[in-house]
Ligand binder design. Sequence first.
Ligand SMILES: *Cc1c(COP(=O)(O)O)cnc(C)c1O
Length: 475
Amino acid sequence: MKTIFQKSNGAEGIGFNYDKNNDLTCIPKEIIRENSIGLPQMSELEVMRHYKELSDRNFCIEKGFYPLGSCTMKYNPKVNELLSSLEGFCNLHPLQDDNDSQGALELMYKLQESLKYLTGIDGITLQPAAGAHGELTGMMIIKKYFEDIGETNRTKVIVPDSAHGTNPASAKMCGFDIVEVKSNERGQVDINSLKELIDENVAAIMMTNPNTLGIFEEKVLEISKIMHDNGSLLYYDGANFNAIMGWTNPKLMGFDVVHLNLHKTFSTPHGGGGPGAGPVCVTEKLKKYLPVPVIKYDGTKYFRDYSSEKSIGKVRGFYGNFGVLVRAYAYLLMMKNNLKLASADAVLNANYIKEKLKGVYDLPYDEPCMHEFVLSGEKQHHQGVNTLGIAKRLMDSNYHPPTVYFPLIVHEAIMIEPTESESKEVLDGFINTMLKIAKEIEENPEEVLKSPQTTPIKKVDETLAARKPDLTYKE
Ligand SMILES: *Cc1c(COP(=O)(O)O)cnc(C)c1O
C-alpha cells in the first residue's frame, strides 16, 4: 500500500495510498477525506534535520544555567532516565493485576513511605499529575472533610498575597471563596491582618513555606494555632520543599494537607510543562478521604485498596505519572541522607548570589533567604530597561532568564533560584553577567534593549505573540 509522493521540486516522501472501498470500510464514508491535505513531502533525512534543528532551539538544563525561581530546575541525573525506562516498568500495563505488578506496587509503596517520612505526615496518594493538581486534590479533601462533619458553612479559604496563582485557582475550582491576607514589611503573613479575617466560615489557609519570596514564615506555629483554634485546616504548598528537606517538615509546622512537586524537588525533567507528579499527604483524620486506590502492603503482598467509602474518588486515570514516580524514587535512593545537604547547598547558593547582587539591584525584602530570593529591577527600569529587558539580555549570554514579574507584590520582580546542582564557577559567571548588565543599563540602555540577538527568534512583539500565536504550517 505504500506509495512515493513527489513534490514539485522533486523531493520524495512516503505516503499511504488507500483503496477507499476496501481499506477503509470501518470508517464512516462521510468523514473520509476526498482530497490530499497537502502535507509537506520530505525525505527521512530532511525530517530528521528538521526535528534536530527544532530541538537545538530548545534551552535545557544540560545546555546552561536555568535559575528559574519557583520551579526548582535542578540537574536530573541520567541514571533516573535509565531506570524509568527499564522494560519491567515501562512495558507494564496499568490494568495488569496486583500479582503481576508487585515490583511497580512495591516501588510506589516505598516511595510513599519515603515521602511520608520527609513530610512527617502519614496518609498519602501519588495520583495527582502536577503541583496544581495536588492542590485541587488537597482542597477537595478539605471540602469533603467539612461536609462530612457537617460544617458546610466553611466556604472561605485564606491565601497570602505572595501566593502562587495556582493556590487561589485550585481553591476556587473547589467552590471556595478566596480571601487574601497581606504580607508585612518582612515579606511574611501579617498576623494582625490574618486575625481580622478569621471567622467560623474559614475552611483553611493555603501557605507556602518558605514562601514565594524565598523567606521562611517565622510565625508559622502561631498561624497554625490561630487556624486550628478556629476549627480550620492548614494546606501546605510544597513546591518549595527543596529548601527544607530533612531540616524541618510540614507536620512540625502544623500543616494538615501537603502537596509535593516530585518534578521539582525530586528531579524529573519538567521544562515545557510536564509530565509531573504532585503527591498529597494528609493527617490521620483526613486519610479516609484520599483518592482510591490507596497502595498498601499486608506483610506479604502489595495491593491496590479501593475500599475507602469516604474517598473523594479517583483524580486521575490509573495511578499517577508512573515514570516520574520511578525517577523520584531512584533519586531518593541515591541521595539518602544527602538530601539534607542538597537543601543546605540550595540555600547557600541562593544567599551567595543574593549578597553579591544586592545594592546593584534592589532587594525589597533584605532577609536571609532560603532556596530562592526576589530582586526588583525598579532602579534599572528608571534607567530605561525593565525587568523583561534584563531577562532578554541574559539570554544573549546563554542563561535561561529567572522568573520575572512574580511574585506580584514585588515591582519589576526578578526571582532567582540557583538550586544545589551548580558550582561556584557557574554562580560567579551568572553574578558577573548580572553586574555587567546593570552597568550596561547605566551607560547605554539603548544597546541592552536590542537583546536578544543570539536566539533563534530575535525580538518579538510579546502581546501579539501571546494573543495571536502563529502555529500553523504554511507551504
Ligand atoms: C510550581 C508551583 C506550583 C504548581 O506546580 P505545578 O506542578 O507547576 O502545577 C504551585 N506553587 C508553587 C509555589 C510553585 O512553585
